[in-house]
Each structure stands twice: as C-alpha cells, then as structure tokens.
Design a protein around this ligand. Sequence first.
Ligand code: SAM
Length: 256
Amino acid sequence: MAGKKSLSALIDHQFGPRAAAYVASAVHSSGPDLAWIAERAERAQPCTALDLGAGGGHVSYAMAAHAGRVIACDLSDQMLAAVAETARAKDLDNLETKACDVCALPLDDGSIDFAASRFSAHHWQDLDAALRECRRVMPAGATAVFADAVSPGTPLLDTHLQAIELLRDPSHVRDYAIEEWVAALQGASFAIQELKRFRLRIDFKPWIERMQTPPDHERALRSLQMQAPREVAAHFEIGEDGSYTLDCAGFEVRAI
Ligand SMILES: C[S@@+](CC[C@H](N)C(=O)[O-])C[C@H]1O[C@@H](n2cnc3c(N)ncnc32)[C@H](O)[C@@H]1O
C-alpha cells in the first residue's frame, strides 16, 4: 500500500543505501557550484561551519580546509557513516557528523559562523522552517550559501521539471524558482549578497542508476521526455538518451 513512510523515512530509504554512490558521484564531487561554495568558505575562515544535508559530504570536505570545525548534518545515518569514513581517509580530523533534520537542528543559537547547503533543499519538507532554523544557529553578520536545482519558473517548464524529478525520486519535494528562494531567504532574515546561476548537464544513465529508479518510473520519465513540447525539449536540451540540462542557482546570504 502506498503512503506508509513519512517523508523523512522515505529520504532515508532513498539515500541511505546509495551513500557510496553519492560519495563517488562525479556531479557531486566537482563542479563550479562546489568551487563557488569553497571560495566563500575560504573567504569566511569560520570557526564552525555547518553542511545542511551533507549527502556524500563534498561540501563538508571542501569547507574543512578553511574551517576550524565542520559539522556535516544529514537525515541518513548511512550517508553520515560514509562521510565519516571518507573524512578519515582524507585525514580530515576537524569534520564531525550529526544525524538530524535541517528543520530542527540540535545546535545552540548563534553557534555556527558559516553554513552551506547544496542539492538538498529540494527534499526539505518545509524550506521556510529550515531556513529559519539555519538563521537561528548563526550570529548576525555570518554568511550562508545555498545551492540547488531551480525551477525555470514558467508553468510549462516547471511542471515538466517537477514531474521528471518526482518520477526519478519519490522523495523529491520541489525545485524552487529563484523568486521563491529569494522570498524564503528574506523571510528567514537573510540578506542576499550574490545570486549565481549555473547550468548543469545531467547524464541520464548515472542519474537514474545513482537513485536506482525503478524501471516503470524510468519508462514513464522517458515517455514524458519524448512527448515533451518543443519549448520544453529546447529549454532542457533533452538528448536522445534522456540526458538534459538543469538550471541551478547559488545564493550567498548574510544573517541580519
Ligand atoms: C543529493 S544529496 C546532497 C548532496 C551533497 N550536499 C553534495 O553537495 O554532494 C541530498 C541529501 O540531503 C539529505 N536530506 C534531505 N532532506 C533532509 C533534511 N530534511 N534534513 C537533513 N538532511 C536531509 C538526504 O538524506 C541526502 O543525503
């Protein structure tokens, strides 16, 4: 029967067994967005940095070179075990893990002087609550960076994007439009310092394999792509094999 698992349980179910794939993933272990976050951590030289939805830990490893201490938080214990093991292999002794939901951080007010999140917010049950929680644990003036896939905004493109994301991964919640991000960040008392746009080519096969999308969902996804109107196919640059180009954005913000 459908609907047995909570969103948190579904996320754990989707990501936990794929921890090794996320540590190894080329899309996650490199890219201009990761370099963009690392530059901001280098500039901030924080005492304590927080990675919200650490996944395979790539933001945490990048921040560990510039921070006194890094806390990698994630819902998934298995994901965090893989991060801890990789940190040991990389001799990163300033990285610790914390199993928690970003909507309820077990951290003191003002205890984090740099926060980052990448490719996780589209899974959060309540973006506004998570951003407020992030703001709570930061002192005024501290920097946070959020990078994620974003909706291109128009209903036509938005509907296609959310549909293929959901078919690939049932724990998908929403790729927010830039305007939605701006409203949520401002509502959580963050002032936007920089908005950076990225376009990321998604190779279909590793994208599906990483999440172990069931064959019936993969067929439905490919069917949607093949029947997509010309405007959708052109925007997402949908290839013969289902590879496509995803809009992403990075927000550098200051706690006010
Ligand atoms: C695609 S992975 C993140 C990739 C990683 N940040 C990187 O840059 O390589 C998404 C992660 O977000 C985590 N996640 C989703 N919702 C969460 C929540 N509410 N609280 C904490 N972690 C969450 C998932 O467990 C998963 O490990």
